[in-house]
Structures are given as C-alpha cells and as structure tokens.
Design a protein around this ligand. Structure first.
Ligand SMILES: C[S@@+](CC[C@H](N)C(=O)[O-])C[C@H]1O[C@@H](n2cnc3c(N)ncnc32)[C@H](O)[C@@H]1O
Length: 197
C-alpha cells in the first residue's frame, strides 16, 4: 500500500476540470476496448477489396462500425460516390480521424465521421455495413443487424465472421501478405445449421 502511495505521488494532482476531461476520455475508450475492438487499421489492399465486393452505387449508404482513421468511408465516397458514414467512439481515434479529414476532403471525399457508439445507432437505412471487430463484438452486433437491416443490405466483415450466418462470399486469407479473410453477407441472411450435440 505504501509503495502504491509513493507511486501515486509521482503524478501531479489533477484539477477538477482535468479529472472530468480524463473521465470523459477514459469511459468511451474503455467501452470501445471491452465491448468493441482496439484500433488496428485495415490494410489498404483489403479496404479496396471490401469496397470492390460491396459493389456500391452512387448515393447508397455505407457505415463503417468503428471507422478508425476513416480510410474506408473516405475511399467509398471518393471512388463510389457513396453516402459514407464512419462511426467511432474512442475519443483519441476520433480526434485523429478529424485531423486527417481535410486531407481526404481535398481528394473529393464527402464522408462523415461521427463520434458515436455504434451499438446505439440505428442502421435501418444502410445499404452496406462494414466492420473489423473481434469475435465477441461480432456476436453482440449480430442480433442488432438482424433486427435493423433492410432486405438487400450487405454486411462485409474483415478478419472475423458472423458465425451464425452462411456467407454469400468469402475472400480467403493471404498468409504471405498477412491479409485476413473477408466475409460478405446479404440480407435476409441464411442461418448456419446448428451442429448436433
Ligand atoms: C479494428 S479497428 C477497425 C478500424 C477501421 N474500421 C479500419 O478498417 O481501419 C476497430 C475500431 O472500432 C472502434 N470501436 C470499438 N467499439 C466501438 C463502438 N462501440 N462504437 C464505435 N466505435 C467502436 C475502435 O475504437 C477502433 O477504432
């Protein structure tokens, strides 16, 4: 205990405002880490492949659940003229995405980056939903997508599948380049057959 007190004395005391700011940053960051996924950017090659698989038409709406620096939504806007929306709930990653945004504006992007917890955003107007999350967050998001997504909407997932659904397409992993697989699901999705016990 004494050691802990000495350790804490190394840090300068925080003013009430600094404490509030720290809490405001820490809470959403913890939510993204515990119930979502940490920020690991999708390799550009896989971003382009996901967009190619999405076959977006101009004006269609695409969401990236946990958009990181916003690379996918910006490229969807620039190359496919899609209404692209990136949802990001980690304050530091969101701030970084906002800092980078003008670079993509100059290239013609109209994508929006929003500070939102994607579990709380209604996705009923989505034509395409992309995600690069972890197995536990894929399980958590599955029911929400089943309830909200319209007919013909697509879910495109990098690295981890929605294990309860049969994919319409699977791009294999490329081991030598360390690229993960991509799964495409089209609504209404077909459920996987339950394994007999
Ligand atoms: C593996 S990264 C993917 C980044 C980005 N989609 C890309 O392709 O480069 C996952 C991202 O999801 C964000 N995230 C996790 N949980 C979230 C939540 N509940 N709401 C919004 N963003 C979340 C993380 O902060 C992180 O930036």
């Amino acid at each position: 205990m004494e050691k802990f007190i000495h350790f804490m004395e190394l840090f300068p005391p925080l003013s009430p405002w600094q404490t509030i700011l720290l809490i405001l940053i820490l809470i959403p960051t913890l939510i993204t880490l515990i119930w979502g996924a940490p920020w690991v950017p999708t390799p550009m090659n896989r971003v382009l492949k996901m967009l190619q698989l999405a076959k977006l038409k101009p004006g269609q709406k695409i969401y990236d659940l946990g958009c990181g620096d916003g690379r996918l939504v910006h490229l969807a806007s620039i190359h496919y003229k899609a209404k692209a929306i990136g949802l990001e709930f980690s304050p530091l990653i969101y701030a970084m995405a906002k800092l980078i945004q003008p670079y993509y504006w100059l290239k013609g992007s109209r994508a929006q980056i929003k500070f939102r917890n994607f579990y709380k955003v209604n996705l009923n107007d989505a034509d395409v939903v992309v995600c690069y999350l972890l197995p536990h967050s894929m399980r958590k998001i599955q029911k929400k997508l089943e309830l909200e997504l319209k007919k013909e909407a697509q879910v495109i997932s990098y690295a981890f599948p929605v294990t309860a659904w049969i994919p319409n397409h699977r791009s294999p992993r490329q081991r030598q380049k360390a690229f993960g697989p991509i799964w495409v699901y089209k609504f209404p999705v077909k459920p996987q057959k339950k394994q007999p016990l």
